[in-house]
Design a protein around this ligand. Structure first.
Ligand SMILES: Cc1cc2nc3c(=O)[nH]c(=O)nc-3n(C[C@H](O)[C@H](O)[C@H](O)COP(=O)(O)OP(=O)(O)OC[C@H]3O[C@@H](n4cnc5c(N)ncnc54)[C@H](O)[C@@H]3O)c2cc1C
Length: 439
């Protein structure tokens, strides 16, 4: 495109440098738009591998990249580190901490956060996994549980410390439970003297009758059996009725546990409230077929924050490929508009579903191809390394996985931030700071 211009280029403001926002910004490089990408974090995060940071398999920098490093060389793009708190649609301005940013087109890609189904007080006892801070916090709690069990003389308390409950049998819960089991039964097995980490109880709780409900019944059954082979107890059809520092209640049943991990539900970011737009029960903005907001053709909502439907009326899932394709679509739609053309409607191309269980098994569902076991895991690994951003991260992650595959080791077993928080936070969780909320 030509660099000479007689009038200013249209201003595109993108809020969120996650999968959706970043792919929109990248697709607008070299186009005749002035792009501003705003994010409250300075990095893009590859959330699908967060559970590996939480279970000491990878380090935070392996799965996150500075946004400026990714798109800093795009001459038409400005990156802004700021928290957006509202949108003034009448004046076409985004409201951030200290200033207003004017737009001609606005793309909201602010993701989602944990949802506790009306029990926000559970967040203290059952932290979720959404950000780097969440992952390092969980890593600290998991590793600290073993350290405290090693020094504990009371048998009941030791058992409580060595019980880990993961709530939610979707991909995150399944991956988390499998990874904790391997951490306990392999990587930590020989590290302690008073306890045997292999005796740790890992319990996965799911309210539905099966795990991985978006997969076929056969694959979800395979995933359950793989988890059980790793030593995970899978409790299906069990709804959580209470969480406390003492454990988890499932109706009349109580599981004493000091470490509880929430992987059960998400709520969209506040974008719907900022716009005063109609949202669904999960807070997602109901968008039109071109992903614009009804009544505001210049405002688009994409990714986990959007309630977008497929042509058959089914709701598109909150997964990375949807957000990325929507981001790229927005760029095409804006280019079409600037050329006086009407953009085609957004159409999601489904490339399938993948989930891993432990270090060498996975389930893969791509169209009619349904596979599980080692080859599925190889496919899962290749896909995840491929989609990571940056050669360094791809190389380090592949090397890490090869190393831990051969040695069973987990190199990132660091307990950090210990003295910044209370050493005894497991006994007095009311002293734990509330977890950060994304979205
Ligand atoms: C633990 C975990 C595992 C997952 N595993 C998979 C998987 O295996 N496969 C898969 O396809 N999907 C997976 N997902 C889902 C996938 O990560 C999301 O669907 C995807 O990230 C959505 O992209 P997005 O752009 O909508 O939001 P995000 O990628 O979440 O990005 C949102 C961005 O907006 C920024 N932001 C939010 N609020 C504000 C604000 N007020 N001001 C400024 N910036 C703001 C955030 O900092 C963030 O950078 C997983 C998610 C999680 C949490």
């Amino acid at each position: 495109m030509s660099e000479t211009r007689s009038e200013p280029h249209p201003r595109v403001v993108i809020v969120g440098g996650g999968f959706g926002g970043l792919s929109a910004a990248k697709a607008l490089a070299k186009q005749t738009f002035d792009v501003t990408l705003i994010d409250r974090n300075n990095h893009h995060l590859f959330q699908p591998l967060l559970y590996q940071v939480a279970t000491a398999g990878l380090s935070p920098a392996d799965i996150a990249s500075p946004i400026r490093g990714i798109i800093g060389s795009q001459r038409n793009t400005t990156v802004m580190l700021a928290e957006v708190s509202g949108v003034d649609t009448a004046r076409k301005e985004v409201i951030t901490d200290g200033r207003r940013v004017a737009y001609d087109y606005l793309v909201l890609a602010t993701g989602a956060r944990h949802a506790y189904f009306g029990h926000d007080d559970w967040a203290t006892f059952a932290p979720g996994l959404k950000t780097i801070d969440d992952a390092t916090y969980l890593r600290r709690r998991i590793l600290l549980a073993f350290e405290r069990a090693e020094n504990e003389t009371d048998e009941e308390e030791r058992r409580r410390l060595m019980t880990f409950v993961v709530i939610g049998g979707g991909p995150t819960g399944v991956e988390m439970a499998g990874a904790i089991a391997e951490l306990a039964k392999r990587a930590l097995a020989a590290d302690f003297r008073s306890i045997d980490p292999r005796g740790a109880r890992i319990i996965l709780v799911e309210a539905a009758p099966r795990v991985l409900t978006s997969f076929t019944e056969t694959l979800s059954d395979t995933a359950r059996r793989s988890l059980e082979q790793l030593g995970v107890q899978v409790r299906l059809g069990a709804a959580v009725t209470d969480c406390s520092c003492e454990g988890v209640r499932l109706g009349g049943d109580f599981i004493p546990a000091r470490t509880i991990i929430w992987a059960a539900g998400v709520m969209a970011s506040s974008a719907g409230r900022w716009l005063g737009a109609e949202t669904d029960r999960a807070g997602r903005v109901k968008v039109r077929a071109d992903l614009s907001v009804p009544g505001h053709p210049e405002v688009f909502v994409i990714g986990d924050t959007a309630a977008a439907t497929a042509p058959d009326g089914s709701m598109l899932p909150g997964i990375a490929p949807v957000a990325k394709q929507q981001g790229r679509y927005i760029a095409r739609a804006l280019i079409a508009r600037s050329e006086g053309r009407t953009a085609e409607v957004f159409c999601y191309r489904d490339y399938g579903l993948l989930a891993t269980i432990g270090r060498s098994r996975a389930v893969v569902q791509i169209g009619g191809l349904h596979i599980s076991g080692f080859f599925a895991w190889v496919l899962w690994s290749v896909a995840h390394v491929y989609f990571l951003i940056g050669f360094r991260n791809r190389f380090i992650v592949a090397l890490n996985w090869a190393w831990s595959y051969i040695t069973f080791q987990r190199g990132s077993r660091l307990i950090t931030g210990l003295y910044a928080r209370q050493l005894d936070d497991m006994r007095q969780p009311e002293r734990i700071e509330p977890r950060s909320k994304a979205g």
